[in-house]
Design a protein around this ligand. Structure first.
Ligand code: F0G
Length: 447
């Protein structure tokens, strides 16, 4: 039978908030048309991010009650550490409060190692890029050409363009402290990376004596695609371990596939590297047995990592993203294809083809979607990535285990209204911005 449904029952519920269109118009004005500035209790369906917005399981909540809050050597850290080692196969673990805590440590480490570093990636995520740019590093992206065609089917559109990486390293390898791979590739429509591509990237790195660092924030979702499209006979856990075995270091924002509300870690093979990074960890995150997290958080992540590799859970997760993609497509909303791991990426420029990039068609789409039905999504285009933006994406990220099929149907219906009323919009003008991660705090006026 071809039928799928949420592989969990609901034990605790949260209210959903409703507002009128008139109220939303005022709320948008007050927020200077920046969706991040809208209070969460004025949002009906929140698809801003899948990061830290997950619903935890009864097992996670019960582990939280057992947490040990000791400053040093807490039992909760022991459990966290064992789970991360088993998940990654790495020997040394540094807990971090979230992904960018890890990124700051890595950026600082690079800045002390090499002058004017360059860190290539399949596609850097914004926080990674910002942390690296902050220490003066350059951050080129080398994604495969197929990714640039939103209609073309390729099973692994998140892949590194290994030919271009090789050419680049031939010229610049002395300035490259590490090559990054992000799985799944969040800035490129949440597309997965193949096992073969990880292997090939590793081989190139080895040739130049450069370490390979992985951002594994959504590695369980990535592993599910590998199981479906590349390595049918391997378990999710095995695929994850194999991917990581090709790297020297991996880090995770556990707010994603850790199915938690906060947390992260760096895991490494080499003791010397662990000791070097520990120094920065103590400076900025905390003692190495808590790293900016409470015992409760460590417990939630340890349990979440176990649940994230469950195949039934992953099957539903990927199918619900596909479902939203199909519902949007049916209503004429242009969607990047195929859909990826955690979100549907809408091609805002195709809807607002009369709005120039400097007037942010993606931002306009997100404003219009909020106005029409109280839905919050995130611009991943010229506002977030500036001139590096390859698409004017609007990302509909689905929090894990939070919304049901009927919520997603509502999202698709409201999106249709955005298309119907598209000619009302002329764009926005940026009136205030910060030099790093400007999308979080930017302010606009309507044109
Ligand atoms: N790496 C990736 C691939 C991410 O998607 C994120 C965050 C980070 C690192 C940073 O982790 O938020 O824990 O500091 N992504 C969120 C998002 C913000 O909405 O995609 P963090």
């Amino acid at each position: 039978m071809n039928f799928f449904f949420e592989p969990y029952k609901i034990k605790v519920v949260e209210p959903i908030f409703f507002t009128s269109k008139r109220e939303r118009k005022k709320i948008l004005e007050k927020a200077f048309y920046n969706i991040f500035k809208i209070p969460a209790n004025k949002i009906t369906i929140d698809l801003l991010t899948d990061s830290g917005t997950n619903a935890m399981s009864e097992h996670q909540w019960s582990k939280i009650m057992e947490a040990d809050e000791s400053y040093a050597g807490a039992e909760s850290f022991e459990r966290f550490c064992e789970e991360v080692k088993s998940f990654t196969g790495m020997d040394y673990v540094l807990p971090c409060h979230q992904g960018r805590g890890a990124e700051r440590i890595l950026a600082e480490y690079f800045s002390k190692k090499i002058k004017n570093p360059i860190v290539p990636s399949n596609t850097h995520f914004d926080t990674t890029k910002a942390n690296l740019n902050y220490i003066g590093a350059e951050t080129p992206d080398f994604v495969i050409n197929e990714a640039l065609d939103p209609e073309k089917y390729h099973p692994f559109k998140g892949n590194m363009n290994t030919d271009n990486l090789k050419i680049f390293l031939e010229k610049y390898h002395k300035r490259v402290p590490a090559v990054f791979l992000v799985l799944t590739n969040n800035s490129m429509a949440g597309q997965p990376v193949s096992l073969q591509n990880v292997k090939e990237t590793r081989e190139i790195c080895e040739k130049f004596g450069i370490p390979l660092f992985l951002d594994i924030s959504r590695i369980a979702e990535n592993a599910y695609f590998i199981k479906k499209r590349e390595e049918k006979n391997k378990s999710i856990k095995k695929i994850i371990r194999e991917i990581i075995s090709y790297s020297d270091l991996c880090y995770m924002s556990a707010k994603k596939d850790g199915i938690s509300n906060i947390g992260g870690f760096i895991a490494v093979k080499d003791k010397k590297l662990y000791e070097e990074l520990s120094m920065y960890l103590i400076l900025w995150e905390g003692f190495p047995t808590y790293g900016g997290l409470s015992g409760r958080d460590l417990e939630a992540v340890a349990q979440g990592l176990k649940e994230a590799t469950d195949e039934k859970y992953l099957e539903f997760r990927i199918k619900e993203v596909e479902f939203l993609g199909e519902e949007l497509s049916k209503r004429g909303v242009p969607v990047y294809k195929p859909t990826g791991g955690h979100a549907v990426y809408v091609l805002a420029e195709r809807v607002f083809d009369h709005i120039k990039r400097e007037n942010f068609p993606g931002q306009v789409f997100s404003i219009a979607l909020y106005l029409e039905g109280g839905i919050r999504v995130c611009e991943i285009g010229s506002l977030m990535h500036g001139k590096d933006a390859k698409f004017e994406f609007v990302r509909y990220a689905i929090p894990r285990r939070v919304y049901t099929e009927s919520h997603l149907r509502y999202v698709a219906e409201v999106s249709k209204l955005v298309l119907e009323n598209k000619n009302k919009w002329k764009g926005v003008k940026l009136i205030k911005e910060s030099p790093y991660l400007r999308h979080f705090s930017a302010e606009f006026v309507l044109l």
